[in-house]
Design a protein around this ligand. Structure first.
Ligand SMILES: [Zn+2]
Length: 603
């Protein structure tokens, strides 16, 4: 948005077209015993309309005191009101501003159950000795730890000072001004303007290992060496992405490997991707997640969705870029496998969703924006871009995307702004080609257009052939040629058994004996196997299912497993028994989802 304009964001109380936050100075004590952050936020605001108050988003914040000043000279006490709290949006904090006031200092603390923070006991960490805390601000959880205009169309720079127990290290999505020396007092600076959902903090017993001059990894001591080994291709990925889409504009690119309760695969916090430890498979087979989060440094962090209904501009572009990076670093067959798996997931999702939720430019009014986080913005968005690439040719489309990232760099844009840019810079230049891509159907209609690309993988065709020979009884399971299969081939094999009705408990037992899948340490394979175990009542996998659900908190894995269990009365009993023990170890975002799945009412 240009100055003074604002897109309608149904998920924020803020009034950025009248008063706009431009910079934050944050100062906190991290109090592990009370499980709170306590301190101040100083907001520098731009006043477009002098008559209007500043309206901020908050959720469960304890506001002690508010002061205002002109240019930070002589603060004086200000009045403020906290409006009534909405279940999804939280509560507006309204602060009338005196003439000339452009700084607002808010003294506040968070609550132990803040939706954007997870406080871990030492037992929930890899090291088991120290507590850990981390934030997850996307979509609208920044407001539970920072009083600000929590809408992606408002971009801010920030400075932060964080005090922690001396043994622990604090890291943020910003330039680290204190290095990795531990003294319990850390300073950060983010000079590029970012939306609030990209402000991030983590504190724990962290170590750092450099991967290249500008990339590195943070993790707990027991995990750091494994993480550094697994993520050693990071610099190659940055170079490949720069070659395609222009310079990396954020300085350093580091990855923080979190404890296993992190509810997501990764979060693209600028300069410092937050990642689940479940990607550490030992063979780099799950590093597509790094390609994805890195790609967000262009699509999402540099050019940002203005509201959550434009989320596909972040995720569809990023999923497309992710595959291009994988192709550049690991070759075309890997890209083909990932794209084919993506298409399968998309088709499954489309069978399950209602029509309105299959639309890229989704209507999320009155709903939690986390509801929009299905395969639609990711996979349908990526398929749309692939359609454009295949129609206009790779060279032309790459040039278009590079121009797009340049044109909208450090801006937050709506779907309408994207389509206008697309029309002017690609479609109108070649109307004959443009006629082959039904842009309006892609963006505004449910389902997938009939002319959509159909990514296929020749490696997968061979896997299916092997599977068929086994199912026809021509070879025993032990003779299936799996020795050189990648994770992606295993996943495809297991998923195709389900389609051809070739699973079943007896079949699973045979495979398990040959390949020890119940004990697989690869989180993606284990997840797919356990899902099949529930469906087919394959009981030898029960202890592993319980272990998986009580040690991993990644929502992508645990939610479908609980959903599958909940389909039968006995399964639901088991699910509740496990959930009773595991619930307190999950992140608030995961808890909200699983509570829904199991109709949890505190049993
Ligand atoms: Zn993403």
């Amino acid at each position: 948005m240009a100055n003074g304009q604002a897109a309608q964001d149904f998920h924020s109380y803020a009034n950025p077209s009248a008063v706009r936050v431009r910079h934050l100075d944050l100062n906190w004590d991290v109090l592990f015993e009370q499980k709170i952050l306590k301190g101040t936020a100083v907001l520098t605001v731009e006043r477009i309309s002098q008559a209007e108050p500043l309206i901020l988003d908050t959720r469960d914040l304890k506001i002690e005191k508010v002061e205002t000043s002109a240019d930070g000279v002589a603060y004086s006490a200000a009045t403020f009101t906290v409006g009534s709290s909405d279940k999804i949006l939280g509560a507006p904090l309204t602060i009338p501003l005196p003439a000339k006031a452009n700084r607002v200092r808010i003294y506040y603390s968070t609550v132990p159950g803040a939706s954007g923070l997870q406080w871990l006991e030492p037992a929930q960490t890899a090291g088991k000795k120290d507590p850990f805390v981390f934030t997850q601000s996307q979509a609208i959880h920044a407001r539970s730890w920072i009083p600000t205009q929590d809408t992606p169309q408002v971009r801010v720079t920030y400075n932060a000072r964080v005090r922690t127990p001396r043994r622990l290290l604090a890291v943020m999505s910003a330039e680290n001004l204190s290095g990795t020396a531990r003294d319990g007092d850390y300073s950060f600076r983010m000079r590029q303007p970012i939306p609030s959902y990209l402000i991030a903090l983590a504190v724990g017993d962290l170590r750092f290992k450099a991967l290249s001059a500008r990339t590195g990894v943070y993790a707990e001591p027991p995990v750091i060496d494994l993480a550094a080994k697994e993520l050693s291709d990071t610099e190659k990925m940055v170079v490949a992405t720069e070659r395609l889409y222009g310079p990396y504009r954020w300085g350093r690119y580091d990855i923080l490997v979190l404890p296993p309760s992190f509810p997501y695969g990764g979060m693209e916090n600028p300069r410092l991707t937050f990642a689940t430890p479940t990607i550490l498979a030992g063979d780099k087979s799950l590093v597509s997640l790094v390609a994805h989060e890195l790609a967000h440094s262009w699509s999402g962090n540099l050019v940002t969705n203005a509201t959550w209904r434009d989320f596909w501009l972040n995720e569809g572009f990023t999923t497309y870029l992710e595959r291009r990076i994988l192709e550049a670093v690991y070759g075309r067959p890997r890209e083909e496998m990932e794209a084919a798996l993506g298409l399968r997931d998309l088709n499954e999702e489309i069978t399950a969703l209602e029509d309105p939720d299959e639309i890229l430019h989704i209507d999320l009014k009155g709903r939690d924006p986390d509801d929009g986080s299905t395969d639609i913005p990711y996979e349908k968005g990526a398929l749309f871009l692939r359609h454009l690439e295949e129609t206009f040719g790779r060279a032309r489309f790459d040039q278009f995307l590079k121009g797009y990232f340049n044109h909208f760099a450090f801006q937050s844009i709506t779907t309408e702004q994207f389509t206008a840019y697309l029309k002017q810079n690609l479609l109108d230049k070649d109307p004959a080609l443009a006629a082959r891509v039904p842009v309006d159907d892609w963006i505004n209609k449910p389902g997938i257009p009939a002319s959509a690309p159909k990514p296929a993988s020749s490696a997968f065709a061979r896997v299916e052939e092997e599977g068929k020979r086994w199912l026809r009884g021509e070879i025993p399971a032990a003779k299936i040629l799996t020795a050189r299969w990648t994770t992606q081939e295993w996943l495809h094999f297991l998923k195709s058994l389900e389609v051809s009705a070739g699973s079943g408990a007896a079949r699973m037992a045979e495979l398990d004996q040959a390949f020890h899948l119940t004990r697989s340490g690869n989180s993606e394979i284990a997840f797919q196997w356990l899902l099949m175990a529930i469906r087919n009542r394959y009981e030898p996998a029960n202890p592993r299912l319980e272990e998986f659900l009580t040690t991993i908190g990644r929502r992508k894995f645990i939610k479908p497993l609980y959903e599958e269990l909940a389909k039968t009365p006995e399964g639901k009993e088991r699910a509740l028994a496990i959930y009773r023990r595991a619930r307190s170890t999950y992140h608030p975002i995961a808890v909200a989802s699983i509570d829904d799945v199991l109709n949890w009412s505190g049993q």
